[in-house]
Ligand binder design. Structure first.
Ligand code: PLP
Ligand code: COI
Length: 339
């Protein structure tokens, strides 16, 4: 066994023992197969390489105090992958096949699920690509679904410590009637340049505005956005953001904590009224926002004066993590136990 320093893990790739693969050929999906190779043999004319027929997912498995491994809201990821497939004309993977492959990937790599005490988790990355050859712009007739896993720590190295974000109007990650609601590689390609600009200036990520009017908050590069004021959890509604499963979960938990929940357009100026703000996602969990600098308007919105997360973000974070690690009962049916 490798000597893994579980508490020092960052959000990166580590080779694990097995991955699961499933092929779509002759009009149907085959059974999941186990592989110990990190490589994919690929036709040079595969549509994933030329025309972006690629969608992925991200979910996590957690080891509880009881030693049991729990996967969080796997079915939601299976359904979102199907939506992504419809969005870029790839063959939809049946939910049951997705779930079987994810569970198998976790089971075969149990030794990589970080211990409870580390606060780390096993990141699960399902990937679906067009493998069939085409030269004209057309969908492939063959697809490959792969699930690999890798143990991870926090997405932003500061973890739950608030960090700064930047509004930069010169770039969009997705168009209003484009692919922003799907988890497809092209959206992330479009976010690389603005992302690097933000990083080089010391920001964790870009906070995108709606592409049409640049009036409303959309989301962060790798996560949704929420603000807190007057005991209300407020998160943007938009045609160009990814429907985050973490955000959906936090809305339920906010209500459970007695808060109001609003999903609606959020004008940029409203940032000035939020008591707390956060980025949320599978990788980001809740990453509290320290400050948002609007680089075009030379304005700053500050959410943490002492450099610590606010009380509502702390409560939401603790509640979400407690369910994920099995410290609290799974009353919403969000957990799949890996036997
Ligand atoms: N928004 C974007 C662009 C993302 O890549 C992600 C990550 O999956 C999210 C939001 C958060 O979604 P989820 O909570 O389902 O991980
Ligand atoms: C996730 O949160 O799972 C993501 O996919 C975000 C990012 C790593 C792309």
């Amino acid at each position: 066994m490798e000597n893994i320093n579980w508490t020092e893990l960052s959000f990166g790739y580590m080779k694990t023992d097995y991955n699961i693969r499933c092929y779509y050929r002759n009009g149907k999906w085959g059974e999941p197969e186990i592989s110990d190779s990190e490589m994919i043999p690929l036709h040079m004319a595969a549509t994933c390489l030329h025309y972006g027929q690629e969608a992925f997912e991200g979910l996590k498995a957690f080891k509880g105090k009881d030693g049991k491994v729990r996967i969080f809201r796997m079915r939601e990821n299976a359904l979102r992958l199907q939506a992504s497939c419809r969005g870029i004309l790839m063959s939809e993977l049946p939910v049951e096949v997705f779930e079987k492959a994810v569970v198998e990937a976790v089971k075969r790599n149990q030794r990589f699920v970080p211990p409870y005490e580390s606060g780390a988790s096993l990141y699960i990355r399902p990937l679906l690509i067009g493998t069939g050859a085409q030269v004209g712009v057309k969908p492939a007739s063959e697809y490959l679904f792969v699930v690999f896993v890798t143990p991870v720590g926090p997405y932003f190295k500061e973890g739950f410590k608030p960090t700064p974000y930047a509004i930069i109007r010169g770039y969009d990650r997705a168009a209003p009637l484009g692919t922003g609601t799907f988890k497809v590689g092209g959206n992330y390609a479009a976010s690389l340049v603005p992302g690097e600009i933000a990083h080089s200036k010391g920001y964790s990520a870009v906070l995108y505005l709606d592409a049409r009017e640049k009036k409303y908050i959309d989301e962060c590069g790798p996560a949704n956005f929420f603000g807190i004021k007057n005991n209300t959890y407020i998160t943007p509604e938009s045609v160009s953001i990814l429907p985050s499963i973490t955000n959906k979960s936090l809305m339920v938990l906010a209500e459970e904590l007695g808060m109001k929940v609003e999903r609606r357009q959020v004008p940029v100026e409203e940032l000035a009224t939020f008591e707390e703000a956060g980025a949320c996602g599978t990788a980001a969990v809740i990453s509290p926002v320290l400050r948002i600098d609007d680089l075009d308007e030379n304005k700053s919105y500050v959410f943490s004066k002492d450099g610590q997360a606010g009380p509502v973000s702390i409560r939401l974070y603790n509640k979400l993590r407690a369910i994920q690690y099995g410290d609290e009962p799974d009353k919403y049916g969000w957990i799949t136990l890996v036997e």
